[in-house]
Write a protein that binds this ligand. Sequence first.
Ligand code: BG6
Length: 464
Amino acid sequence: MKEKFLWGGAVAANQWEGAYDVDGKGLSIADVQTAGAHGVPRIIHDHVHEGVYYPSHEGIDSYHRYKEDIALFKEMGFKCLRFSINWPRIYPQGDEETPNEAGLKFYDEFIDELLKNDIQPVITLSHYETPLYLVDHYGSWRNRKLIDFFLNYCKTVFHRYKGKVKYWMTFNEINETMNKEEPFFQAGLRFKEGENPNEIKVIASHNMFVASAKAVKLAHEIDSNYQVGCMVQYPTTYASSSRPEDQLAQRFQMMPNWYYTDVMAKGYYSNLCKAQLRRLGVNLEVSEEDKKILKEGVVDYIALSYYFSSIASADDKNDCIVTRKNPFLERNDWDWPIDPIGLRIGLNELYDRYELPLFVVENGLGLDEYPDEKGQINDDKRIKFLKDHIIQLKKAMDEDFVDVIGYTTWGPIDIISVGTGEMKKRYGFIYVDKDDKGYGTLKRSKKKSFDWYKEVIASNGEKL
Ligand code: BG6
C-alpha cells in the first residue's frame, strides 16, 4: 500500500446531517422522500407534509454532533472523510446570486474540525441534494440553466475552502441518472406526460457533463492543487453463460455506465456513447462549444462506489435481463450479492479503459443489528466483508498495478439508507441508537469492527 493511501469513511449530507431547515437551509430533493423498507419504495412528495416522517430531516443529527463523530473517526485513525456539502445550505433555492453565509460558516467550522484532527476533507459537490426549488421552477437538470447555478455554487465553495481541500468530486453516482428507479434521487427528474424519459435523461446527463467539466476547469483555475473527479456506481457484471448472446448482453448492460465515464474521463462522446444513444433511440446534438468544454474539463481521477455484482443474459428477443441472483455468491438481507473479486475486476476494467487514478469512495455491508445484553455489537460479518474486499483491492494495486488513491467505507457511522430510507440498514463501525420510525436517543457506540478498522489503518492495510 502506498504510504499516503487515503483510508477513511464516506457519508452524505442528506443522510447524516439532519437540521434540514436550520440556519437558512432550503429544501433538497432528499427532504421530500418518505421512509420505505426492503421492497417498499420511498414516496416522493411535492412538498413537506405535516405529520409525515422524512428521514433526512433529522438524519443522525450530525449537524449538531459532528465534533463527537469526528473524534471517533480520529480515534480510528481516519486519513480522510468523504462528505457532501448540502447544496441548499449554501444556495437555499439554487438560483440566488449570493450565498447563505450561515451555511458556509457551518462548513468552515466542520472542515476546520477535520483538519484539527488530521483528517483530510474529500468533498462531493452534489450527493442527491439538488435544491428542490430548482426541480419545481426549472425542471431540474433537463434545464441548461442549472449549469450556471451549479457553477456559481462551485465557485463559492472552491474559493471559500481553498488551501484546505485537495480532492473534490462533482456528482455522486452520476450514472444512476440512466437507472429506471433513480433519476429523481440522482438528478431530480420527474417526467411529464408525453415526455420520452430516455431523451430527458440524456439531456439532463449532458447538462451535468458540461457542468462537471466546467467545474473541473474552474477548480484548476482557482487552485492548481485541486483534484476533481467524477463519481460512478460501478456495477461489475458477468454474462450468465458462455452463450454468445449472453456475452453480448453483458456488454450492453455495461454500456450505459461506460457512457458516463467515457464522456467525463475521455472528454468526448465516444463511439460507445454513440452506440448507446442509438440503442436508447435518442438523437443528441452536441454544440462545438460544448465539445470544447468537455475536452477542457477531463476529470483528474475516477471515484467509484462498489457494493455488488450482477449477471446479464439475453432472452428470446435478445433483450438484456439482469439479475443479482448469482448461484456462486451469498446475498445480504437486502439481496445484494457479496462479491469481493468483483471489486478487483471493476478496478481493472476502469483502469484499463482510462488509465486515470481511481478512488474507492464507497464499499460496505448493510446489516440489521442490535446491541446484545452487554450493549455490544459483534459485527463479524462486516469485518469479513471489508477484509475480503480490501484483499482484492490490494491485489488490484499490487499485482495488477492499478493506481488507487484511497478507500473510504460507506457510512462509517450508521446513517439513513438512500435506497430504503431505513435506519436499520446499518453500515457503521459506530452504532447510532435510532429506529426506522425516527425514535431513539441518537447515542453513538462502538461496534466490534471499530477496533478492527483502526488496526487496518494503523498497519496501512497489512493487518486484516
Ligand atoms: C450509494 C449512495 O448508492 O449507495 C449512498 O451513494 C447510499 O448514498 C449507498 O447510501 C448505499 O445504499 P443504501 O440504499 O444501502 O443506502
